[in-house]
Ligand binder design. Sequence first.
Ligand SMILES: [Zn+2]
Length: 279
Amino acid sequence: MKFIVKPEITVEAVLTACISNLSDVALKDEYTAKVRILKSHENILERKIRSLELHTIPQNVQISAIANETALKKLYTDKLSKKGQLAREIYDDIMILAPNEKCPYCNHRPADTLDHFLPKANFPIYSITPINLLPACTQCNKGKLGSIPTRASEHTLHPYFDNIEDIQWLECIIVQVKKIKFEFRVKHLPRTDVMLRRRMEHHFASYGLNELYKSQASSEYMNIESHLKRIFNNKGKEELREFLFEAYLSRAEVDINSWQTALYKALHDNEDFIEGKFL
Ligand SMILES: [Zn+2]
């Protein structure tokens, strides 16, 4: 759930790069004649993302008999994503937008593929539209295949349009201190817009972020447990509290909503933990 400044390139520029070396001259002319339609659909898409109305966009829209849905998907596969093609530079330019090379949907795994926010199988008209193309990890890309919103609250966060970076929204809960167990969730923030909160929760569930983060937190905890025990046994609970606070602060400086920040905050804030009940 990371924000990315959206690419400035337009669908017209992507199309021009994709068809520059197209051998089928008739198809090339057909595309050139349909640029205005693609631009108009690009505008519609941006408007619908902003107004949370993606569910009102008709699926499988055709632009013409020749430059049809199959041909548009082929442009993505054979030109935009294919290594060695001129248009591949655009693909690579979008990939490098990934914050710290990480997937913006899960904010954990490496971004290693280009995701269609609205799947090209259902919305071929947006196969090469830049605001529909996002760097992502394979798991998030595959995990949400076919997930098309049916109402406003089912709009997962769009990294180019939803910026929640200034809210500390991720919370780690220590379910039990002895044989420690964690859960992650979207924190209840009374001043957060109700629709945004629903969408954040939907995003969190759709991408399996609780499962991902709690498994990472468990591994991290296993790696530091003996260190924490030594601090508590040799120096006492105040030293343990201080250590966890510093660990939290240094991670929060990097990202206030990483699972690491949430984990160390939860450990620091849990009085039973500080009292040594994890021993
Ligand atoms: Zn991901």
